[in-house]
Design a protein around this ligand. Structure first.
Ligand SMILES: [Zn+2]
Ligand SMILES: [Zn+2]
Ligand SMILES: [Zn+2]
Length: 157
């Protein structure tokens, strides 16, 4: 093929690993690439398929980086912790009684096993020793957690 840059008949199909070094970040590599390259002037031609593969690889690299940038928790998150606003007792959501709404049986009420108040709970911070109301959600390396403003600051979310 004629090279679009130098005009010589040295524009050939290449296969294998193709690395692209973008303006920022580490190079992006596609392992099963097909492209054109001139052996005279090094001009490269990227077919649509490779352009798509590079785009995909770039997206995956970005996703991976976002994940690595997330904070790591120094404690084991304890989800489903609630406080009953009726009796102030802190408990796990699992211990709540499930009672059908007398007017609509498909609707289930969660009732406090201590004071019998229905649907009167606040969700608490996932920190195991914290009983503050959870106000912020933070994606961490392992999971998405809901915490109070103090632990939100501590995590650095
Ligand atoms: Zn050329
Ligand atoms: Zn209660
Ligand atoms: Zn907290």
């Amino acid at each position: 093929m004629k090279c679009p840059m130098c005009g010589k008949d040295t524009f050939v199909t290449k296969t294998g690993g193709y690395s692209y070094l973008g303006p920022k970040g580490p190079p992006i590599t596609v392992n099963d690439a097909v492209w054109y390259e001139c052996s005279n002037c090094n001009e490269r031609g990227i077919p649509a398929k490779l352009a798509k593969q590079l785009d995909q690889a770039r997206k995956e690299q970005r996703k991976l980086k976002e994940k690595q940038d997330r904070p790591t928790l120094k404690w084991k998150p304890e989800p489903n912790k609630v406080r009953c606003k009726g009796c102030e007792v802190v408990m796990k959501r699992e211990v709540l009684d499930e009672v059908p709404d007398p007017k609509d049986e498909t609707n289930i009420w969660h009732v406090c096993p201590v004071c019998r108040t229905p649907e009167n709970f606040v969700s608490l911070c996932y920190h195991p020793d914290c009983e503050e109301e959870s106000t912020c959600g933070v994606p961490t390396v392992d999971s998405y957690v809901f915490v109070c403003s103090t632990h939100y600051t501590e995590i650095g979310g």
